[in-house]
Design a protein around this ligand. Structure first.
Ligand code: GLO
Ligand code: MG
Length: 343
């Protein structure tokens, strides 16, 4: 933890091999143990997990094996003074989930998805976290007519309810994303996620995770998406990163494209005491050209940018801002913010 009280996390997928849809990996795989060392060395506090990051090949393991491996992972983290922030079911790689998991037309696929997510809840419990993140990767369509969108929406709500009923301690944070891999996803924004949350059987146990790039891809401002969730005490995690326009999900270093947009995310988080509510997750990836031995700087930069922006936010002249708001002198307010950012 740093002097501001924030805790930081990233996932094993944030140190990656650099493959893209048109080219193979360009960096060797980094063993999990080294990723853990890097996390610690860079000053992070927690690791984010997919279920199979913690228990590889879990579909072919017994409940006892799954529990034993999850416990071993918890001990490994504890040996490094670390914890798991959340565990997320990876519902987008199995052949059964080609056309969706909870919203697939095929009942076998839907049953698999629920069973897999229950196993993920078991893993979380063994690893000492009750937070499950649902990134609903394949819950959408390439072709509008392929699924009934009303039925699909109800199926998502039913899946959330099934998980809440399965584990009475479980908390679910829905991570919206408007597209990729699907053409159009069913839960594209925080408003969609919150509707599911408030209609769930136990609304107190369903919240959200806002990822900067996902909000930008939806044509929205990530700071306002965060603020909307914060207004209802529903921002339980964030995936900070950056995104250069409406194209593929880039997961660029936080603040590296639009510093003002990053500043406003930090401002909203800091003004609402986010450090008391959740972990600052970074979902960033090194650009493909970065040599292997230098491919952790995106994490270092993103964390440092966040902390520098906390300093900027806390150094703002609040009384002056109120004066400028009252006078509607937004050009002067603009200059105040720009001057703070330029140092
Ligand atoms: C992809 C998502 C993905 C999730 C992760 C945790 O676009 O951002 O990285 O955050 O799988 O659920
Ligand atoms: Mg994410």
């Amino acid at each position: 933890m740093n002097k501001y009280g924030y805790r930081f996390s990233f996932g094993p997928w944030n140190i990656h091999e650099g493959a893209d849809p048109f080219g193979p990996p360009v960096r060797p795989s980094v063993p999990f143990a080294r990723k853990l060392e890097t996390l610690k060395d860079l000053g992070f506090d927690a690791m984010q997990f997919h279920d199979d990051d913690a228990v590889p090949d879990l579909d072919n393991k017994t409940p006892a094996q799954i529990a034993a491996e999850a416990q071993a992972m918890r001990r490994l983290l504890a040996d490094h003074g670390l914890v798991a922030e959340f565990v997320a079911p990876r519902l987008w790689e199995h052949p059964l989930t080609i056309d969706g998991a909870f919203t697939a037309n095929d009942p076998k696929a839907r049953a698999y998805a629920i069973e897999r997510a229950k196993k993920c809840a078991d893993i979380g419990r063994e690893m000492g976290t009750n937070l499950m993140v649902l990134w609903l990767a394949r819950e959408g369509t390439y072709l509008r007519e392929a699924k009934d969108a009303v039925t699909a929406t109800h199926r998502l709500l039913e899946a959330v309810n099934a998980l809440l009923a399965y584990d009475s301690e479980l908390r679910i944070a829905i991570e919206p994303k408007p597209n990729e891999p699907m053409d159009i996803a069913y839960i594209p924004t925080i408003g969609h996620a919150l509707t599911i949350a408030f209609r769930a059987d136990d609304p107190a146990r369903v919240g959200t995770l806002v990822e900067s790039a996902h909000a930008i891809l939806a044509g929205l401002d990530p700071a306002d998406e965060m603020a909307f969730a914060l207004a209802f005490d529903k921002l339980w995690s964030v995936h900070l990163n950056d995104q250069n326009g409406l194209k593929f999900d880039q997961d660029r270093s936080f603040g590296s494209i639009d510093l003002r947009r990053a500043f406003n995310q930090v401002r909203v988080l800091d003004e609402n005491r986010y450090w008391e509510k959740g972990v600052v997750g970074l979902d960033v990836k090194a650009i493909r050209t970065q040599p292997a031995d230098l491919a952790t700087k995106h994490l270092r930069n993103s964390l440092a940018t966040f902390l520098r922006l906390v300093e900027v936010v806390r150094g703002l002249d609040r009384a002056r801002i109120e004066e400028l708001r009252a006078a509607r002198d937004y050009e002067e307010l603009d200059w105040l913010i720009l001057s703070a950012l330029m140092g």
